[in-house]
Structure formats: structure tokens, C-alpha cells
Design a protein around this ligand. Structure first.
Ligand code: PLP
Length: 398
């Protein structure tokens, strides 16, 4: 019997991939499945970005690049952050990584060890909790509540800080809830953190360009007093429909950047060279495709929220960003995981149980609306028909 390190048994997973596999297996049996489970844009990467990667390959960019990424890409990231957020970022603190996930892995491994605590959103992206446990640190959930539009409450976050706290993870706009944290909460959090100079923050802003109805995305990068302890996680996956390219970036405090770079050297050496050239084209090129995709998501969001609220036993708050809706389904009388299985097996609709995103996700389902309006409407018709067979108890007020 091979003897794995203890920490291997602490590693969790992302059940989205398991549901996707079950959905594919059902499709292989000839079943019609509508997939509202997967968290990736259903658009193709814009053509000029693909062309830039093809050109890079044709031009012979086949070798290693510097571990932190090619300079024109790091400069393009800094220019993009200046354009969008009005902040000055030194390209020397930008690390190009293979996808957003890598930044969270590096940040958590950098701060997490036995005896330390890391605060993270729950329900939240499942990899936060998984890697925190893997690092040996204690995961301390920040409960995100429907009543707050799934924003955190800054006072509650600050109250959880102890001398053992090393890192706070925040994510706005959020997966799985679509919640957007209002500026007032960020202001309060940042002010309160003055008393806790030993605590670092990782801000996952991968959905930062996807907000709706004029909702404001507040970047923690815009708070100068945080710059010496802020790790910004962002990337191309969602904004430019590039999930399969594996391209992301992080901005690090100058003092710890060398450690992040060293992790990259130990882990992956550098990111695929052609993908980095594609990244430059994405940031420096026209942004019309981004606007087009966000406008399509806005329309789908309008449709799905109205549809979800018309299903007996469901209640859905307006998600302010990302491309997820997170309805409360306690009114069906079914547990989230049971409902996930029922809707996949009986209705042919793949969605995710809220508990895939942590214990505080019980009573909710995550719907990704990265699918066509027709498919969304058909999925809702199927769910309504399927749940018509469940006797719905009186609407919950929870
Ligand atoms: C909140 C959040 N952060 C990070 C990621 C990871 O992005 P990437 O595919 O670039 O690794 C995801 C992907 O679903 C996400 O939802």
C-alpha cells in the first residue's frame, strides 16, 4: 500500500466536473441534457485573439518564456488595470500564470500552515476551502447570506480575525451566487483591517467585468493602503471566453513577489508562449466582444431570474454579476443534493447543488446561465414539469 502524505487526503475537488461527467454519460445513452452546470462562457474566443496565438506559433515562439511572463504581456496587464481602474501597477509585480486557480493555490500555500487560519467565502468557489485544508491551515468560513444579496458583512469578517489569521479571501462578483459586494462593505473592511496589519488579502476579481444593471465592481486594488498586502487574482478565462487556454495573472505586493515567482519556477516554469501573445491581443485589442458577451449574459440573467421565480418552491434574488443564479429552493422540501440528482436524471437539466460550494450552500442550487435563452427557457419548462410531481410545501421564509 502506497503511503501518501496526509495532506493529500485533505484535498477536495470541484464537483462541477463530476456533474459534467454524469451529464456526458447520460448524453452518450441518447438522453437530451441541458447543461446549466458548467461555469464557462458558451462563446468562442474572439477571432483576433486566436489569430495572435497562431501568429506567435508561426513566428517561432516555441520556447520557454521568463517565468513571470513576457514583458509586453505584463505591461499590457498594467495598462489594462490603469484603463479600467485608474491604478498604477508596476509590471514587475505582475505574475502571468496558467489560469486563475494557480494564483489561489500559490497565495494559500504561501500563507497557510498548521496553526494558522484563513477566512474564505462560503458558499464560495470550492477550491478555496480545498487548498486551505491541503495547506494545513484551518478554514474559517465567511457565511454569505441571501438577505445581504450574498455580499459579506464587513463587521462579521473583522470579528473573525484572530492572531492566527494569515489571509482573507474575497470574491466579488462571486461564484456561485452572483453576489456583488457594495463599496460601503469594502470601505468598512479596509478601514477595519488597519488594526490587523498581519493579515493579507486575496481578492478574486475574475468576474470583475461582468456586472449588470449599473452595479459597480469595486476592485480592492483601488485602495492604496492595501497595496502592500493585497494579492489580486484575475485572468482571461471568463472575460475573453478563454477557459481552455489556461491564462491568468496576479498582482502581488512587491515584498512577496519573489516568492510567487519562485513558486512558478518550481511548478510550471512559464505559461504557454503562444497563449501569452493571445493575452496581449485580448487586452490591447478591441473590447467589443467583451461588451457583446456581457450584454448577452445580461439578457439571459433577466430571463432566468424571472423563470426561476415562477417555479413553485424556488425564490431567486437578482444576481449582480458573474453568470450564475443561486435560487433558494427550500420551498421544494428537497435537499439540494437530492434536487441536483433529480433534475439531472428526470428532467435532463444539469445544475449544481449549493453544497458543492460549502456547507452554507444547503437550500440553494447554482444555475450557470452561460447558455442560450432558448435552452434556458426549455430547462425551466422541464424543471417545472418535473417538480410538478413533487408536492411543494408552503413557501419558506428562511
Ligand atoms: C471565482 C473563481 N475564481 C477563479 C476561477 C478559476 O479560473 P481559471 O479557469 O482561470 O483557473 C473560477 C472558475 O470557475 C472562479 O469561478
Amino acid at each position: 500500500m502506497l503511503a501518501l502524505a496526509d495532506r493529500m487526503h485533505q484535498l477536495g475537488t470541484e464537483t462541477a466536473f463530476e456533474v459534467l461527467a454524469r451529464a456526458k454519460a447520460l448524453e452518450a445513452q441518447g438522453r437530451s441534457i441541458i447543461n446549466l452546470g458548467i461555469g464557462q462562457p458558451d462563446f468562442q474566443t474572439p477571432g483576433h485573439i486566436v489569430a495572435a496565438a497562431q501568429k506567435a506559433l508561426a513566428d517561432g515562439h516555441h520556447g520557454y518564456t521568463p517565468a513571470n511572463g513576457i514583458l509586453p504581456l505584463r505591461e499590457a496587464v498594467a495598462a489594462d488595470l490603469h484603463r479600467r481602474l485608474g491604478v498604477d501597477v508596476d509590471p514587475g509585480t505582475v505574475l502571468i500564470v496558467p489560469g486563475g486557480k494557480v494564483t489561489m493555490f500559490f497565495a494559500i500555500m504561501m500563507f497557510g500552515q498548521k496553526g494558522t487560519e484563513i477566512l474564505y467565502p462560503n458558499p464560495g468557489f470550492p477550491i478555496y476551502e480545498s487548498v486551505i485544508k491541503h495547506s494545513g491551515a484551518t478554514p474559517v468560513p465567511i457565511a454569505l447570506k441571501e438577505a445581504n444579496g450574498f455580499s459579506f458583512d464587513a463587521d462579521e469578517v473583522l470579528a473573525k480575525i484572530t492572531p492566527a489569521t494569515r489571509l482573507i479571501i474575497v470574491n466579488s462578483p462571486a461564484n456561485p451566487t452572483g453576489g456583488v459586494v457594495p463599496r460601503a462593505q469594502f470601505d468598512k473592511l479596509v478601514a477595519g483591517l488597519r488594526k490587523h496589519p498581519h493579515v493579507a488579502i486575496m481578492s478574486d476579481e475574475i468576474y470583475g467585468q461582468m456586472t449588470y444593471d449599473g452595479r459597480e465592481h469595486v476592485s480592492l486594488l483601488t485602495y492604496p493602503e492595501l497595496r502592500d498586502r493585497l494579492i489580486l487574482l484575475d485572468g482571461w478565462s471568463k472575460t475573453y471566453a478563454m477557459t481552455g487556454w489556461r491564462l491568468g495573472y496576479s498582482v502581488w505586493p512587491k515584498a512577496i513577489f519573489p516568492f510567487a515567482e519562485r513558486l512558478a519556477i518550481n511548478c510550471h516554469s512559464c505559461v504557454n508562449a503562444a497563449a501569452q501573445f493571445a493575452g496581449i491581443a485580448a487586452l490591447n485589442g478591441p473590447q467589443d466582444d467583451v461588451k457583446r458577451m456581457v450584454a448577452a449574459f445580461a439578457e439571459r440573467r433577466r430571463v432566468i431570474v424571472a423563470e426561476l421565480n415562477s417555479i413553485p418552491g424556488f425564490r431567486c434574488v437578482e444576481p449582480g454579476g458573474a453568470f450564475y443564479a443561486f435560487p433558494n429552493v427550500t420551498g421544494t422540501g428537497l435537499q439540494s443534493r437530492a434536487l441536483e440528482a433529480k433534475l439531472l436524471n428526470e428532467a435532463g437539466v444539469a445544475i449544481l447543488s449549493g453544497t458543492s460550494f460549502g456547507a452554507h450552500g444547503e437550500g440553494y442550487l447554482r444555475f450557470s446561465y452561460a447558455n442560450s435563452v432558448e435552452n434556458i427557457r426549455e430547462a425551466m419548462r422541464r424543471i417545472r414539469a418535473c417538480l410538478g410531481e413533487v408536492k411543494a410545501p408552503a413557501r419558506s421564509t428562511a
